[in-house]
Ligand binder design. Structure first.
Ligand code: FAD
Ligand code: UQ1
Length: 410
């Protein structure tokens, strides 16, 4: 049986960032990260990969490369968590105990909840930017598109990066205009939500874009079946129970239903929805005081993004420091999250907001306006900030800079 002062479950964005921070706190030999994958991907780049503006290989690095040096990498899956006995069990048969546990398991993609998927991906004309296996299929479908319906879906569950399902629509529209195919395309965005975007300021801006580019938005439409052999997508109309509508497609982009990691089920760590039940201010678990959570796997009532993970990592660092000293956590997470809404190959609307859905913008400009500088930031600067800042535990979100940027402006 192995023991570490800090065990981190998951070596994605939140897990690696917290591993790096905990190494600084307690020393590398006292930290272990449990992660089965050989490769670590910068998922935000997949929006651009699906649109042909970046390659998959540019989005990945080996997990060995991002592991904080000296930290123990347990290359396996966690199969069971026993918080009463401060122990986790891995698929490889290891039993590991801890003083402090950080859960950063991300979320689970549920393509299987849509009838006809994932098998349907064996056919052409269908893709999905959300997984490594299907992101390049989006770009193929876009390139091969000649005429007809291009359909984009948004599921009836929480998702990571709530803007991504529509970013690929804007990019597809731009691509079709560039290549002269746009007059023969009917672009359709079918979303389960009753709104185009959760924050009014940005939703208003996006509705203007949708209207000016002749994009068709259908609210409260939920994808339930794909008949890939016939190129048909079946949506249920959420406000009219029992009613469905079939859309023929020449291109289909699927955003899958998403849910919590399976290993949380029955662990006594989860809330009713199955998400890791943490305090929304401190990120400490609601019942187990030596358990903490970060990122997509948590119950935190904000939009699930890497930008949110960055802000959470700074708060969680502080919370754990306090708990280790037997003091009360004092720093509060405000729910900061951000979604760079890519609206073409040149422009971004940079949404940033908090728990209350109030805009919390870093730059002293109106960020609901499409901006070229923000596109450059998204495409060229953010990956650097991710690999060299966030993953090394050096980037805790733009909060401190926001205050400086706004000095004398308001
Ligand atoms: P992840 O980074 O997903 O990491 C979870 C890790 O847990 C994985 O490495 C996984 O292998 C591991 N794991 C799972 N199960 C187990 C197990 N049983 N045992 C051990 N390990 C396990 N965010 C932004 O901020 N801006 C964007 O523009 C943006 N765009 C996006 C576009 C797309 C297409 C996608 C897919 C995501 C986008 N995101 C964006 C969201 C961002 O990638 C996630 O919010 C972020 O990666 C969450 O970090 P995490 O650590 O919670 O989860
Ligand atoms: C951010 O911090 C971050 O994590 C590195 C992202 O993930 C890719 C983002 O997309 C954004 C927008 C931020 C926020 C950073 C700034 C400078 C606004």
């Amino acid at each position: 049986k192995e023991h570490y002062k800090v065990v981190v479950l998951g070596g994605g964005c939140g897990g690696i960032a917290m591993g790096a921070r905990m190494k600084r706190k307690v020393g590398a030999e006292h930290v272990a990260i449990v992660e089965p994958s050989e490769m670590h991907y910068y998922q935000p780049m997949w929006t651009l990969v699906g649109a042909g503006a970046k390659t998959v290989s540019a989005s990945g690095r080996s997990t060995a490369n991002v592991m904080p040096s000296g930290v123990k990498w347990v290359k396996s899956k966690v199969m069971k968590i026993d918080p009463k006995n401060n122990t986790v069990f891995t698929e490889s048969g290891k039993e590991i105990s801890y003083d402090y546990l950080i859960v950063a398991l991300g979320l689970r993609l549920r393509y299987d909840k849509i009838k006809g998927l994932p098998e349907g991906f064996e056919h052409p004309k269908i893709g999905s930017n959300y997984s490594l296996a299907t992101v390049e299929k989006t770009w193929k479908a876009l390139q091969n598109f000649k005429q007809g319906n291009a359909v984009f879906s948004y599921p009836n569950t929480p998702v990571k990066c709530g803007g991504a399902p529509q970013k690929i629509m804007y990019l597809s529209d731009s691509y079709m205009r560039k290549t002269g195919k746009r007059p023969k395309a009917n672009i359709i965005y079918n979303t389960s939500l009753p709104v185009l975007f959760g924050v009014k300021k940005y939703a208003d801006a996006l509705w203007e874009i949708v209207k000016s580019r002749d994009l068709n938005v259908n609210l409260r439409h939920n994808l339930i079946e794909v008949r890939a052999d016939k190129q048909e997508a079946v949506f249920e109309i959420l406000d009219k129970p029992g009613e469905t509508k079939v859309f023929e497609y020449e291109m289909l982009h699927v955003t899958p239903p998403m849910g919590p990691p399976a290993v949380l089920k029955g662990s006594s760590l989860e809330d009713e929805g199955g998400w890791l039940n943490v305090n929304k201010d401190t990120l400490q678990h609601m019942t187990y005081t030596n358990v903490f959570g970060i990122g997509d796997c948590t119950s935190l009532p904000t939009s699930k993004t890497a930008a949110a993970v960055a802000a959470q990592s700074a708060v969680l660092d502080r919370t754990i420091t306090k708990v280790m000293k037997n003091e009360k956590p004092d720093k509060k997470y405000d729910g900061y999250t951000s979604c760079p809404l890519v609206t073409s190959y040149k422009t971004v609307v940079l949404a940033e907001f908090d728990y209350n859905g109030q805009p919390l913008e870093t730059f002293p400009v109106d960020q609901s306006k499409e901006s070229r500088i923000m596109y450059h930031m998204k495409a060229d600067l953010m990956p650097q900030l991710y690999w060299h800042g966030l993953l090394r535990g050096l980037w805790g979100g733009p909060g401190p800079y926001r205050k400086i940027m706004h000095l004398g402006m308001k």
